[in-house]
Design a protein around this ligand. Structure first.
Ligand code: AMP
Length: 290
């Protein structure tokens, strides 16, 4: 695996990997890699001849009172995991390389960025869209993979890719990968390691409560009382607060009052022991959870 920390080294590494028309996949991450990230890497291999992974803890997507400084950084362990997966290229720029002095451009995707995590974390998706567009321009991948774990992020990136003509027509170049979960159902996340053993045990209530809500929706319950019951379940299970619990259209993320004939998405963000956890699940017309 070649590691690039400067744009100059990155560009020649990318040129080599793409030589002869070879396809290159990109998996953008913030590091502290777990099985969810590695699943993206394995999926990337199915779409391309070579795989590039970026590790960059992007300051622009953290709010002033968020966990930028505390966010886990584990470059040596991450490198070993990526080597073991046969990744060809690691792009690990420093903050000055990504945002040199005078940097002043922001990409903002209206609409899909506004509600849910966008409302709870102002500016977050501008930071995500800006860095992802830069990563696309830097690495020039044929395909990029993102986790459904961050459903709204995936929706923002898909919208940006369409709006800014980043993908060739009719080519599905932004690939979403289903959420990888722990055995008790909790979605894997680099932030799970902030949880105390007690909070970690309580956190399993999040996917459980979501599955119960999906069953209630399938049985004909309206969204408002079902989401209120979900919130109550989480607070009773030890969560400190619920940022949002929403039933939404999977693409536009517009809120839905009831489960109709079309697929929907249940999305939740809740805090436990000072850690903010997010999760989302498909809600089919049959109400069958993922
Ligand atoms: P992060 O390092 O948290 O920014 O995540 C990097 C990529 O991995 C994003 O596309 C995430 O959606 C994806 N990802 C994170 N956790 C999971 C998971 N449990 N299952 C699938 N993908 C994930």
């Amino acid at each position: 695996m070649q590691t690039a920390t400067t744009l100059e080294v990155l560009r020649s590494a990318v040129d080599q990997l793409r030589a002869g028309g070879k396809r290159l996949a990109l998996v953008p991450t913030m590091g502290a890699l777990h099985e969810g990230h590695l699943t993206l890497v394995r999926e990337a291999r199915r779409h391309a001849d070579a795989v590039a992974v970026s590790i960059f803890v992007n300051p622009k997507q953290f709010g002033p009172n968020e966990d930028l400084d505390a966010y886990p950084r584990r470059m040596a362990a991450d490198c070993a995991l990526l080597e073991a997966e046969g990744v060809e290229l690691l792009w690990a720029p420093g903050v000055e390389e990504m945002y040199p002095a005078g940097f002043s451009t922001t990409v903002s995707v209206a609409g899909v960025s506004d509600g849910l995590c966008g409302a709870a974390r102002p500016g977050h998706f501008d930071g995500v869209a800006t860095v992802v567009l830069k990563l696309f321009n830097q690495v020039r991948p044929d395909v990029a993979l993102f986790g459904e774990k961050d459903w709204q992020q995936l929706a923002v990136i898909r919208r940006m890719a369409r709006d800014l003509d980043l993908v060739r027509p009719h080519v599905e170049a932004i690939v979403g990968v289903p959420t990888v979960r722990e055995t008790d159902g909790l979605a894997m996340s680099s932030r799970n390691q902030y949880l105390s053993p007690a909070a970690r045990a309580q956190a399993a209530a999040l996917p459980q409560a979501m599955r119960e809500a999906i069953a209630a929706l399938a049985a004909g319950s309206a969204a408002a009382p079902t989401l209120a019951a979900l919130e109550a379940h989480l607070l009773q299970a030890g969560f400190d607060s619920v940022d949002y619990a929403a039933l939404a259209d999977p693409l536009s993320l517009a809120p839905l009052d009831t489960l109709g004939d079309a697929p929907a998405r249940l999305l939740v963000a809740a805090r436990i022991g000072g850690t903010r956890l997010i999760d989302n699940m498909h809600v089919g017309p049959t109400g069958k959870p993922e």
